[in-house]
Design a binder for this molecule. Structure first.
Ligand code: HEM
Length: 406
């Protein structure tokens, strides 16, 4: 009996060594993100795959059957330093206070979204539009929080910080620019201290009871950064898909929106450390959103007409689920519809653009108004390989830095 148990353990150990080496080598040797590599390697497998230090959770049913745990999903990130985003805080008093304050701001912004008039037009362009959209949404986010447009000086201080954060998230650089972050921090602190009557938290006592770092972080990270970074990516994904499936977006926005998020979730992997004798785990959002679906890699909004399918995991699960789903949906939809409904708008991805979950070379498109030029499909952007390699390098550096796959 003892020999049998020992043999089973040895086989399990060999399997976990094999799976871990396979995963690491594949992640290092391809240009894909770890989450996409996991989907390619383990596809529709059910349950858990044993790795040396963690279990890989392959499907949403297994994930949701895990014991409930309020711990943060990632232990550590340098992307947002010196801020402390809510999703990194442990389930302690700080997290409860920040959640409470977030919920106050979230409700108020949801009321402001449709009251604030916000007019803009994306300029006709051939090139990367990600930063153009990022700038538009950053300005709009400022307006939602402070109920007015920023002055040029305010916007410069804040926008440079937002770009710096997004560049690390996008793996365009690997370390934060501390002087720029400091200017961002100080500007937000000044705006908080001004406490203008239209400031989001003007009447929120609990906000002003928090420590300075939490006040600044709540405004700068939980709201401004998250709205700008997340909604920009989502709008870019929708625009790329819209170029191919305009009728789907016009006829049924909700279905197309869900399908966009299913194929292109904004998070790559979730990692949770071990706790209370539970083994730590890792999960790929790409895998969770495709495992168990028919034709999983195809954009098919009609699949959402039925309820007979696994759940959409892109908003998270459990107690750490995204508290801003309504807000994020409303902002992204508003910006997206504003763009596509202007003067016979058209958009065409570059001939050498591949639609991936992240934007390693930006969102490279031709866009304009009126008649679409006949030769527009021929345009290619330059330096693709260089940009891919740069992203690969910074991604690996960040994986080591963040212990993402340990
Ligand atoms: C645009 C699409 C968005 C998606 C798909 C999304 C998705 C998610 C997911 C999956 C999580 C779980 C944690 C993680 O993955 O690291 C999360 C957490 C969170 N999200 Fe979102 N999010 C979006 C936009 C936003 C926006 C615009 C805000 C802020 C206004 C926001 C605020 C938060 C907060 C505060 C948490 C932490 C919750 C906690 O741990 O208590 N999200 N989001």
């Amino acid at each position: 009996m003892h020999v049998k148990i020992a043999l089973i353990k040895i086989v399990q150990y060999i399997k976990s060594v094999y799976n871990t080496i396979l995963l690491y080598l594949s992640v290092i040797s391809t240009l894909m993100t770890p989450g996409t590599v996991i989907w390619k390697l383990f596809g529709n497998r059910k349950g858990k795959v044993c790795l040396l230090n963690r279990d890989l959770i392959c499907d949403s049913k297994t994930l949701m059957n895990l014991p409930k745990c309020g711990k943060p999903l990632d232990g550590y990130t340098n992307a947002l330093y010196p801020f402390l985003p809510t999703f990194l805080l442990d389930n302690n008093q700080y997290w409860i206070d920040r959640r409470d304050v977030f919920s106050y701001g979230n409700n108020l912004i949801n009321k402001r979204i449709f009251d604030i008039s916000f007019d803009f037009e994306l300029k006709s362009k051939q090139g990367n539009i990600l930063w153009d959209i990022f700038e538009i949404i950053s300005k709009y986010s400022f307006q939602l929080v402070f109920n007015r447009l920023p002055t040029d000086e305010e916007f410069n201080d804040i926008y440079s910080g937002l770009i710096d954060i997004n560049k690390i998230i996008k793996r365009i650089s690997s370390t934060p620019n501390i002087p720029i972050r400091k200017i961002f921090y100080d500007r937000i602190l000044k705006l908080i201290k001004d406490n203008n009557e239209n400031f989001l938290f003007h009447n929120c006592e609990n906000f002003f009871k928090m420590d300075e770092i939490h006040q600044v972080s709540s405004v700068a990270e939980d709201f401004l950064t998250t709205m700008a970074v997340q909604c920009t990516d989502l709008v870019c994904h929708m625009l790329i898909l819209y170029s191919e499936y305009p009728e789907d977006f016009e006829n049924n926005f909700e279905n197309s929106f869900n399908e966009t998020l299913r194929l292109y979730p904004l998070t790559d992997i979730w990692v949770r450390e071990s706790s209370n004798n539970e083994k730590g785990w890792i999960a790929s959002l790409v895998q969770l959103n495709r495992n168990g679906w028919s034709q999983p890699n195809t954009f098919n909004p009609q699949r959402w007409d039925s309820t007979n399918h696994p759940p959409l995991m892109s908003w998270g699960f459990d107690v750490r689920r995204c508290p801003a789903q309504k807000l994020a949906t409303n902002i992204s939809r508003l910006i997206f519809e504003n763009i596509i409904h202007k003067n016979q708008f058209w958009i065409q991805p570059a001939a050498n653009f591949q639609h991936e979950r992240t934007f390693p070379y930006g969102c490279q498109v031709s866009l304009g108004y009126g008649d679409k030029p006949h030769d527009v499909k021929l345009w290619k952007f330059n330096n693709k390989l260089k940009m891919q390699f740069q992203r690969w390098l910074f991604e690996k550096l960040r994986m080591i830095d963040q212990n993402e796959l340990n």
